[in-house]
Design a protein around this ligand. Structure first.
Ligand code: TYD
Length: 138
């Protein structure tokens, strides 16, 4: 997987004077079966989340509120996606290093995962990540 396998996906929008509505469906807008949903909130200014890669877990990330940057890295190239609308989601395949930074005040990051939580699925050391990537192990 490379950073070019990440995809920004536009979600359906029902614009309505009473308030707008968007939705996501697994195996449709989200190209995998969802096993887990979590969210990141109350991020203090200047903080960075992420800073790891997953061996198996694929993700779909939505800025439900506010804005932030997702930096993906395949060991050779980096790419930054700015999410600032609740009707876009970023698909991040497994095997990429990723960080989430530049959170705006009161931003809310909703993340869907293809796997249940597993500590063993994380690669938290960047040099290890680069080595596994270079050896084609992830
Ligand atoms: P982590 O994935 O490291 O957060 P981030 O990538 O946003 O920096 O998770 C932080 C802590 O939360 C970690 O100790 C494990 C726990 N956690 C769960 O127990 N279940 C989950 O689904 C997630 C995402 C995290």
């Amino acid at each position: 997987m490379t950073v070019n396998d990440c995809r920004l996906i536009e979600l359906p929008r029902f614009l309505d004077a009473r308030g707008n509505l968007s939705f996501v469906e697994q195996k449709n807008h989200i190209p995998f079966e969802i096993k887990r949903t979590y969210w990141i909130y109350d991020v203090p200014g200047g903080e960075t989340r992420g800073g790891h890669a997953f061996r198996k877990n694929q993700e779909f990330i939505v800025a439900l509120s506010g804005a932030f940057d997702i930096v993906v890295d395949d060991g050779e190239q980096k790419k930054t996606f700015n999410l600032n609308r609740s009707y876009y989601g970023l698909f991040v395949p497994a095997g990429l290093w990723r960080e989430i930074k530049n959170f705006s005040t009161n931003s809310l990051a909703l993340e869907f995962g293809s796997e249940h939580y597993s500590k063993e699925d994380y690669i938290r050391n960047y040099e290890t990540f680069k080595m596994l990537k270079a050896n084609g192990e992830i």
